[in-house]
Design a protein around this ligand. Structure first.
Ligand code: NAI
Ligand code: 2PC
Length: 300
């Protein structure tokens, strides 16, 4: 009989996750995923089901890495709502690939926050202007915190600006993070002149407009993960070079790509593999949807 799965709570998972390890691991997996001749990393487009009564969605995200025999899935529930209820919940199951039994059940919230921020940081490493002094974060929720942590750890900015839907949320964020932050009440003022812009809102309408964006800036667009949701306007989508985590996912899930008709230039993994260039001198957008995901867990 199979052993009982272990359960790892969010605080235990948080203790195991380091940004440095995550970046190395995600660069490896993004590259493997994007190799045309490779079935090493199998990750179908997630299936997403609406939770009608609660303005939410449940997404199933299975992944299999053949060369290391890792089989796992994340289940993520995400909501568009105001107030104190959480906007995302996630659980990760790690399987024994030979028998199909579950070896570990992990709370997936910290994984979701840190993994997403780590992939955005990889996009910035590849695509942000060589001289990047000003970081602007639009949206001040959970993802904003993990993005702030990793971006200020990896890069040196002269100024970090934030703006959210309400001044109160932005001020709460500024009080929570360690380090200087300039709170703006106008998104336009926060964005103008920024070298790197991160959108981490739960908005379904554009919050970032091409007219505001400095030529050559890099945008990591993390919210708007539904085909009818937007964070970026048509002008930005038309003028920027668009990078994604997976082309198939972008074609069915990203409202910014589908509704603007923008063409995807490359997957981040293709840039990491050297098969597509990092056009650092152009205005670039990395549209993140959250696909590349895999878990290794050693019981000892
Ligand atoms: N791409 C990916 O891999 C992932 C994407 N997400 C998405 O990222 C987004 C953010 O997630 P969380 O931080 O967990 O959500 P959250 O609910 O903690 O924070 C959302 C923030 O957006 C702000 N906001 C809403 N409308 C705004 C507007 N018009 N202008 C400025 N700020 C606005 C809210 O005030 C709040 O501070 C969500 O859309 C979520 O679904 C979440 C996980 C992974
Ligand atoms: O990958 C992820 O966890 C999510 N993507 C969109 C909402 C949550």
């Amino acid at each position: 009989m199979a052993e009982q799965p272990v359960f790892l709570s969010d605080d235990v998972v948080a203790r195991f996750l380091s940004y440095d390890e995550l970046i190395l691991r995600l660069e490896e997996v993004l590259g493997q995923f994007s190799r045309e001749d490779s079935s090493e990393v199998v990750q179908p487009v997630r299936s997403v089901m609406p939770i009608h009564n609660h303005n939410g969605y449940l997404g199933l995200m299975p992944a299999y890495i053949a060369h290391e025999d890792t089989l796992c899935t994340k289940m993520v529930a995400f909501y568009r709502r105001k107030g104190n209820l959480p906007s995302t919940q996630a659980t990760v199951l790690l399987f024994n690939p030979e028998y199909g039994n579950v070896k570990a059940v992990m709370d997936g919230l910290d994984i979701t926050h840190k993994r997403t921020a780590a992939v955005s940081a990889i996009s910035a490493k590849l695509l942000m202007p060589a001289q990047s002094d000003v970081l602007c974060i639009l949206g001040c929720g959970h993802q904003a915190v993990s993005h702030y942590e990793i971006f200020t750890r990896l890069f040196s900015f002269k100024e970090v600006r934030v703006c959210s839907r309400t001044l109160e949320t932005a001020e709460r964020f500024a009080a929570r993070v360690r380090g200087p932050v300039k709170v703006f009440t106008s998104a336009e003022e926060a964005v103008r002149g920024a070298d790197l812009i991160i959108t981490v809102t739960n908005s379904s309408e554009p919050v970032l407009f091409g007219e505001w964006v400095k030529p050559g800036a890099h945008v990591a667009a993390v919210g708007a993960c539904r085909p009818d949701w937007r964070e970026l306007d048509d002008v930005l989508m038309r003028d920027a070079v668009i990078y994604v985590d997976t082309r198939e996912g972008a074609a069915v899930e990203s409202g910014d790509i589908i509704l603007s008709g923008a063409e995807v230039f490359a997957e981040l993994g293709e840039v990491l593999n050297g098969t597509q260039p990092a056009l650092r001198n152009k205005t670039t957008v990395f549209k993140s949807l959250g696909k590349i995901f895999s878990v290794k867990y050693r019981q000892n």
